[in-house]
Design a protein around this ligand. Sequence first.
Ligand code: SF4
Length: 432
Amino acid sequence: MTTTPERIDSAMLHPELRVECDPDAIIRDGHRLDHAEGTSKPLLPAPEPQPRGAKVRGNRPIDQQEAAARFIAATEHEKMHDERLWDLRQKRDREMHGIPEWEELRSLASAIKEHTLTHLDEYLGQFEANARSNGIHVHWARDAAEHNKIVHGILRDHGATSLIKSKSMLTEECGFRHYMASVGIEVIETDLGERIQQLDNEDPSHVVVPAVHKLRTDVAEVFSHTIGTDPGNTDVHYLAEAQREATRPLILKADAGMTGANFVVAETGTFVVCTNEGNADLSANVPKLHIASIGIEKIIPRLEHLAVLVRLLSRSALGSPMTQYTSHFRGPRAGGEMHVVLVDNGRSERLGLDEFWTSLKCIRCGACMNTCPVYRRSGGLSYGATYSGPIGLIIDPTFNARKYSNLPFASSLNGSYPRADLCVATCSGEAA
Ligand code: SF4
C-alpha cells in the first residue's frame, strides 16, 4: 500500500524534513511537491538594478559619457527607455499629420514667442497690473536664492510647515526642495512621476515624464521601502493606487499648495497650468494658500495666443490632442490667498545672448528629447543637470559654463535633432 504524504505523521520525521521547518517547501493542494515538481516553478530573473545618473562633483565638468555608458550597459533599461520615447515621438507625428494647419500653428507660435520676448518688460508689467487687480500678490525674484526666500517668507507668514506641489522645472532649477528641507518645511510632490523621483531621491529625468527611465520593478522597489508596498508586485494599477492612498492624506492636511504655469496671459492677469493627472488642481485648491512659481519667459500677450500654444503643447509632448486638465487661475478663491513669484534666474541675461536667446521660446514639450538618439539611449540623468537632452545642452551651459561644458558634445550630428522642423517653438534648431 502506498503511503500518501498526508498519512505521514510529521512528528515521526526528522525536523529538517517537516514541511513547517522548510521555508522553501512548495505546497500545492495540501501536498508538498517533490523535487522535480518543486523546481518546475518558473524562476523569475532578478530585476536589473536601476542605473544611477551622472556623478555630480561640485563645479567640476559633468562626465555625461561615463553615466551614459552605465545606462547603456543596463540593457533592459536602455531598451525600454529608447522604445518608450520613440513611441511618444511616433504618437506626436501621428497627431501632427492629423491637423493640416500644424506648420502654420508652429510658425504662429514662434512669432508669438518672438514678439513677446522682444517686448518682455511691457507684457510683464501688464500682467503684474492685471494680476494685482485680480487680487493676486505678485513678487519678483532675480535668482533661485531670491525665489526660495520669497516663498519661504510667504509660508512663514502663514505659519505653514507643509506644502503640496505640482511638477515645476523652475523649482528644480532653484533647488527648491532642498532649500525647504533646510528650513523645516515638508514638500510633497503630487505628480506621480515626480513623486516617484522624490521618494527615490532623484531629480526628474525628463521635462514631461520625470520617471520615464524607470522600469516597473524599479518603482516597486522604491515604493516597497518608502510606502510599504509588496516588492514583488509590479502591477501598475496596484502601484498607482498605493501611491494615491499614501499621498492623499498628506494633500488633505497640507498648509499650502504650489504650482508652476505653462502660460501666463498679460491681458487678463491670469495663468494656465496643463496636467494629465489633475494634481495641480488639488495643489492649488485644497489648501487656502496657493503660490505659483513662474519663469518670466512664460508670458504671452493675449488669450487668443493661448489657443495656438495649447494646441501644440500636448500634441508635441505626448501625442495627445489636449492635456486632460487645462486650468485657468484667475485669482484667489473666497477666503484664500494667491501669490505669483515671477522668476528671472538668468533669463534676462540669456535674452541678450545672440546664440541662446531663442531657447527662451521653449515651451518644455520634451519632443526634442523624445527624438534625440543620444538622450533615448543614455537617460536624462546622465546629463547631471536640470534640463537634459537637446534643449538642456543649450540652456545648462548658460547657468554654469564650466560644469556643463561637456554637454554640447552629447549630440549625434545625425540630423535627428535639434531640428527647427521638429521643435514647437523652433528654438533649438536655430540655437544649435
Ligand atoms: S526645445 Fe523645442 S522641442 Fe525641445 S522641449 Fe523646447 S519646445 Fe519642445
